[in-house]
Design a protein around this ligand. Structure first.
Ligand code: SF4
Ligand code: SF4
Length: 100
């Protein structure tokens, strides 16, 4: 007996019924993740990086973001606040003149 298969992962974007079939998204997708399928357009979840270029190029706003996580690079973490450098002796692990 084979175990039940896991549900197919969702892509970060999906083509909705508003699609007018212009083909702009097909030509724009840098990884060719949008494919015709049964008269509609299918976004390949394993290929789509979530770059959203297709969303921006669609003239009728037919491509929507889904709740699937994007694989775009996370934004860089905020830099720590700047602080004054420690005295040279303290950085070297040596006692300072103020210490007994
Ligand atoms: S760009 Fe928009 S209207 Fe054109 S094929 Fe893609 S989803 Fe359809
Ligand atoms: S989000 Fe980017 S990678 Fe995914 S289908 Fe649209 S253009 Fe292609």
């Amino acid at each position: 007996m084979t175990p039940p298969s896991a549900p197919a992962p969702a892509a970060p974007v999906a083509v909705t019924a508003r699609c007018a079939g212009c083909g702009a998204c097909l030509l724009t997708c840098p990884v060719h993740a949008i494919r015709p399928s049964g008269g509609a357009l299918l976004v390949l979840a394993r290929t789509c990086t979530g770059c959203l270029e297709c969303v921006e190029v669609c003239p009728v706003d037919a491509i929507e973001e889904t709740t699937a996580p994007s694989r775009r690079a996370a934004p860089p973490a905020a830099a720590p606040p700047l602080t004054a450098p420690a005295p040279r002796a303290a950085r070297a692990g040596k006692p300072t003149e103020e210490e007994p």
